[in-house]
Design a protein around this ligand. Sequence first.
Ligand SMILES: *[C@@H]1O[C@H](CO)[C@@H](O)[C@H](O)[C@H]1NC(C)=O
Ligand SMILES: *[C@@H]1O[C@H](CO)[C@@H](O)[C@H](O)[C@H]1NC(C)=O
Ligand SMILES: *[C@@H]1O[C@H](CO)[C@@H](O)[C@H](O)[C@H]1NC(C)=O
Ligand SMILES: *[C@@H]1O[C@H](CO)[C@@H](O)[C@H](O)[C@H]1NC(C)=O
Ligand SMILES: *[C@@H]1O[C@H](CO)[C@@H](O)[C@H](O)[C@H]1NC(C)=O
Ligand SMILES: *[C@@H]1O[C@H](CO)[C@@H](O)[C@H](O)[C@H]1NC(C)=O
Ligand SMILES: CC(=O)N[C@H]1CO[C@H](CO)[C@@H](O)[C@@H]1O
Length: 813
Amino acid sequence: MDLTLLVFLLLPVVAASHKVDLPPKVVFKMGDRRELTCSMRSCPGELKFVWTPLEDKPLFAAVKNKPTESVLIFENVTRNHENTVLCKATCGKETKQAKTTIKVYSFPRNPVISGNDGLILGEENVLTCEVSHVYPSEFLEVELLQGDTVLQAKEGEPNTDGLLISHKFKPSSADDGNAVTCRASLNMDSIPSDGMIRETSGHLSVLSAPHNVRVSGFAAVSLGSGLTLTCEAEGSPEPAFTWTALKPDGQRVEMGKLRELFVRNVSLTDTGIYRCEVSNRLGSQTADVSVVVKAPPMETIIEARPQTVLKEGESISIYCKSDRVPVERVVLRLMVDGRETELKTSVGAETTFTLDSVKLSDSGLYVCEAFNEYGRQRATLSLTVETHLLEVVLQPDGVIVAERGSGHALSCQASGCPQPTFSWRRLENLPTRGLTETIGFLSQLFLDPVELEDEGTYICEVTCGSVAESKQTEMKLFSFPTSPVLESSGPSLEGETVRLTCSVRDVFPADIFRITWMDGERELISESGTFSSRPQNLTSVLSYDIEAKDKDKSITCKVLLDIDGVPAAQAVKTSSTTLSLHYPPRGTRITVSPQVDLKEGESVSISCLSDSVPVGRVVLRRVVDAIETELKANEGAETSVILPSVDLDDSGLYVCEAFNQYGSHRDSVQVIVKTPPRNTTVEVLPSSEVQEGQNITICCNSVSFPPPAVVLRKLDSDSVIYSPDGVFQLINLTPNDTGLYQVNVTNDLGYETEIFLINVKEKRFESPPSWNDFVTAAVCLGSALALLGIVVYLWRESKKGSYDLTKCNPDTV
Ligand SMILES: *[C@@H]1O[C@H](CO)[C@@H](O)[C@H](O)[C@H]1NC(C)=O
Ligand SMILES: *[C@@H]1O[C@H](CO)[C@@H](O)[C@H](O)[C@H]1NC(C)=O
Ligand SMILES: *[C@@H]1O[C@H](CO)[C@@H](O)[C@H](O)[C@H]1NC(C)=O
Ligand SMILES: *[C@@H]1O[C@H](CO)[C@@H](O)[C@H](O)[C@H]1NC(C)=O
Ligand SMILES: *[C@@H]1O[C@H](CO)[C@@H](O)[C@H](O)[C@H]1NC(C)=O
Ligand SMILES: *[C@@H]1O[C@H](CO)[C@@H](O)[C@H](O)[C@H]1NC(C)=O
Ligand SMILES: CC(=O)N[C@H]1CO[C@H](CO)[C@@H](O)[C@@H]1O
């Protein structure tokens, strides 16, 4: 009931009899400014008001008196103002009173809900509602509601300031967002009804880490179209979204931060796994979706490894791949002349087809076709298989000339082919002897030792895939093992015939052997062998009429193998012999060294050389006056003697004579030993003392060769007389001829003089002729000639090789 209305309704009753108007009960709200009016309207006089608290505490209020009323002013209502107040009004002598009870309340605030907006899902949470500053608290009633459901209710107790409700519970996600209300009511009388109830509402907020994350949208999109993906997630607080694309190459690309992801004009690079990461402060979760771009096969490739142009027999791998876009299968075909042959089909993005050894027929166009549900794509590759440029080289080339017993190898080399196949055969279809060894590109046929039956043509054939190539070589054999043997019938004298035989053994083929007899460079006769299928002994005979000029002549038997391809050293073998010509000694020569003219005391060597076959013996002799003295004799073709110091006796004829069984031969030389005059003596005949008028003969003797010239001179005169023979005749001497005379004996090598005295005794009757008168050249010359004859005689007789003039015979003068 309204208080003012109550006052108004009572007013007419009170006014009637001096009545104190005062409400019996007032309720004040704390903090308000309130007035309490005590009035008495019927008093005509002076009116006096007294306010008295009936409780044991002051009024805590101001009083304002007006003529008919008194107002108690509560500036700021507090609990202290709760009281029972008595208002005494005195109108004249009449005192009337009224009392009123002042009640105070406080309910200033709405309840406070807490804990509602941070609930952790599934955990025990506490939801509280607090009501404070309430007075009087015992009238307080609080309830916590979720929707219409009361979760909890509580009543206040006296003398408490407020009330706290706690509600423990485990929220579920269904609780999230639900309204929660805390309603507080202060159930006290006299409170205005709008001030009685206060409530606060909130919402339950259940927090959760993101969960139930999933991506919706079409994960397979057509090339060029738009891709829309939506990330759905639960979680509170509202999570954040991050889109990341995981590309097939491992790259991570952030695509957006919104719940929804949109990619326009999708290209192949947009293929990949799209990850939506949802996170809030409680955690994060991801969801992936694989985005496939729907496109027909693209970038289909076909490759040949190692190359597209190859040789027969090589290996190749044909590799086909189409992995840009998912494909279901790839098919590899070979197209030849417009017709395709399927080679291989593989499920998946790639296939490989291997040919270990390609053939020519493997050439062609290889087609790789990739299929998927959106279409197909072809890639082609042209493969060319070529034949090998097979080349065969056979060595030795052409014709081999082989010596029987020697070792030979035929080498067949193939090039241009990785795996050649070799075969050896003979053109004559004869069996091939020997050993064949093939390593890689080389095949060798060893014929060691080579025999006559190996002669023929050898063919090396090489096969390489579809190509075959052959080379041939001819083998010719010869046998020429030894040099010829030359034999002679023996030594011969001039004019006789010598028979020489030349034999060569085991030659083959005999018809191409030629035996030629050679005299130095001159060909004498020549003959060839005759054909035979077996080795032959060849013999040739030469009859030779030997002449003197053939001495020491060398005759050669030359055997020539007349075939190309044999080194000269092997093709020609010779044997020589020296013709054995015998003859008697000849060309005997005696030599004197240094010369035949010697001086006494010099040294001389006398040698003798002769020529004879066979060599016999030589003898060296000196012949003086037909008497031979053997100086030396020995076997052989020469001899010599050395005279270290010659004297006149060594003069003479030296004879050398050589002998063998066929005869002898000699040579001689005259050796002359010279000496200057020596041992000169003078003899005066009959005496050096003569009578005037007598004749005297002066004989000079000297050892000398060659013979000296003798000159006689009278020492006191300039006149000289010569005598070639050393004999002077002085006739009809006079005393004036008395004196010293000198003879001077002279030859080429020197002179010697001798002085002697002639004494002529005077005879008184006739004058003797002068020195100049009786010496005549004619007499001297005649005497000289005669004397010279004596000298020669003496020399011969003495056998000593000296001139001795001592035998001056007066009778002959
Ligand atoms: C009333 O008193 C209370 C407590 O003493 C005080 O907090 C409040 O401010 C006062 N109000 C006024 C209007 O003076
Ligand atoms: C789509 O992308 C491709 C290649 O990235 C481009 O060539 C083409 O023009 C784009 N189309 C549109 C409509 O943007
Ligand atoms: C050739 O001569 C040798 C001996 O000189 C002999 O052994 C050989 O049998 C001969 N060969 C022929 C074919 O006569
Ligand atoms: C000749 O003379 C030499 C000296 O000149 C002397 O030694 C020698 O005995 C002489 N001979 C003779 C035969 O008298
Ligand atoms: C000396 O010689 C001359 C001439 O020959 C001669 O005539 C003369 O009789 C001689 N005298 C003596 C004494 O013999
Ligand atoms: C002896 O004769 C030779 C030649 O005529 C001369 O050289 C020499 O002087 C002469 N001797 C003397 C002693 O006269
Ligand atoms: C015969 C002769 O001629 N006698 C002479 C010897 O020498 C003396 C002197 O010199 C001369 O007088 C002679 O006539």
